[in-house]
Write a new protein. Structure first.
Length: 130
């Protein structure tokens, strides 16, 4: 399967690319810097130069893929929503996976699962509407 990954040079992204390549998938990964490009290339992915604000790059890369995995960390809700929209418009009917983080649950006073209410701290409150 042809897969496009954002955040591929990050902690989760490196593991994701490695697993995809190991299972025979073809991977393109967004790379903002030379260092990121080198990292994703070393993992077996083809770097696509750009950042989350490069909406045309995201859209075109998603259109070449059969699946998109959005792992990149945006700094604002507007940035993440614009990137997600460009990726979803590009992938069309293909598979789209958007990750977030457990911070959206806030202080759970213990273990939480998918049924827990969201109570994000202000630093990540923008994730809820995205």
């Amino acid at each position: 399967m042809k897969t496009f990954v954002t955040g591929g040079s990050g902690y989760i992204g490196k593991a994701t690319i490695s697993a995809l390549v190991r299972h025979g998938h073809t991977v393109e990964a967004l790379a903002r810097t030379d260092r990121s490009a080198d990292t994703v290339h070393a993992l077996g992915a083809t770097p696509v130069r750009g950042g989350l604000g490069d909406l045309d790059v995201l859209n075109r890369a998603a259109a070449r893929a059969e699946a998109v995995i959005h792992l990149a960390q945006a700094t604002t809700g507007a940035e993440d929503l614009a990137a997600a929209t460009a990726l979803q418009d590009g992938i069309g009917g293909g598979a789209y996976l958007h990750t977030g983080g457990t911070w959206v649950y806030g202080d759970t006073d213990g273990v939480a699962d998918e049924t827990a209410a969201w109570n994000p701290p202000s630093i990540v409150a923008w994730r809820k509407p995205v």
